[in-house]
Design a protein around this ligand. Sequence first.
Ligand code: NG6
Ligand code: CA
Length: 496
Amino acid sequence: MSTFFLACNVLPSGEKSNQKTQSPNIVFIYLDDLGYGDVSAYGATELETPNIDNLAKGGVRFTQGYASSATCTPSRYALMTGQYPWRNKNAKILPGTAPLIIDTARMTLPKLLRIEGYQTALVGKWHLGLGTGVVDWNKRVSPGPNEVGFDYAYYMAATQDRVPTVYLKNGYVVGLDPEDPIQVDYKNNFEGEPTGKDNPELCDMMWHHGHNSTIVNGVPRIGYMKGGESAKWSDVDMADHFLEKAQQYVKSQKDDRPFFLYYAMQQPHVPRTPHPRFVGKSGMGPRGDVILEADWCIGEFMKTLEEEEFMENTLIVFSSDNGPVLNDGYYDDAVEKLGDHTPAGPLRGGKYSLFEAGTRVPFITYWKGTIQPGVSDALVSQLDLFSSIASLVGSDLEGPDSQNLMNVLMGESKKGRDQLVLEATTRTAFRKGDWVMIPPYKGPVKNEKVNIELGNSSEYQLYNLSNDIGQKHNMAKEKPEKLYEMVNAFKKIRGK
Ligand code: NG6
Ligand code: CA
């Protein structure tokens, strides 16, 4: 009898039928520039992230979980494709007018899930390009998220600090008045339009480096934009807005198909514009405040999953696209009010860096009642989500560089990857076992503007992370055989 009910999905009215299906719902909660040390479950003592901590306490907290790159676009590219971002020369920080960098013919994680019967959704930051070249923001902007596998997509095109500062829904700018068309240009300003550079008196937030073009809501941005007044987002409401869309999506799930939701939150990327109810809450300035805001959003989102009775049938993966940065181009007190907080935890470097803090980020898997809580030191990468999730839902598909580590993500095995190529602004380094090798790179040792060590050196660097997590002791000269072994293994993958 029960088999019959399951097969036909005939369930008592009011009961969520996809509770009974085999494949779980899948949610990625993906933050932007959140560092390894920014979460109390990862050792932060100066700020509390109780809702993220709940995921960590009730799930598997990975101590060696990596983003695929130390910047946004390449990490997101790898998440969607299971391919190393350095294999695609276009996978680098994109302007708001960049074309879509994922070939619409290629397999992606949302497409794969769709084949397996999932409904798929993106809410939040996209930053993988839109259109094929020249975009007319007043018509449907495509290809975009819908064309690479998302049934529903509600998103910002690039970043908060880049124009256009509008939301899009399934290719259309939300709230656009056809009488006031949007124009966007990354080279030239529109005549007579104020800029952060020429009109600092119109800025409520001052730019430190870059970010001196069109001013929207008192915040000077990257790129120029004109028109589209009614469609412009409210920065302080962005967190609530995306949360609401994510919640609505979950609540709209009424049929028997499982769902995949990629909830790509914008915090704590610049400009940091907490809602007034979070202003001053961290004592650390806007950067700390938006981390608290993000944590609150996650708590609210979890409540919705609970209320909708999805908790026990939903796998949640929590992570960040790259490591932390304090001053990323605005004067916003991130440096001045930091106090004793260490966004990178014990790691060296930060966003843009080949050192650990560039890519080693908070990484948690949570599935109430199915995943046994624990801490795992296994080496895992976001790159591996593609093949792992594929196996979870019964697909044979694999991402080109993605390993099926589903049993590791479920906390059932501690055997993660043996090796991983790390990436930062198109440069690459190599992790194998406990060792990391960074080849010589020209370029500054430090990005002085953001005050982050980039990992560049004229010499090979070799670190043993098992006893030197802070990458203080370069062992390249002491361990020539190890260096040789690492360089050779790296070349085999990297091809040069
Ligand atoms: C940099 C921006 C930085 C940030 C980053 C992208 C300047 C000077 N700096 O070019 O503020 O927007 O791009 O961040 O413009 S990411 O997290 O999306 O990769
Ligand atoms: Ca980022």
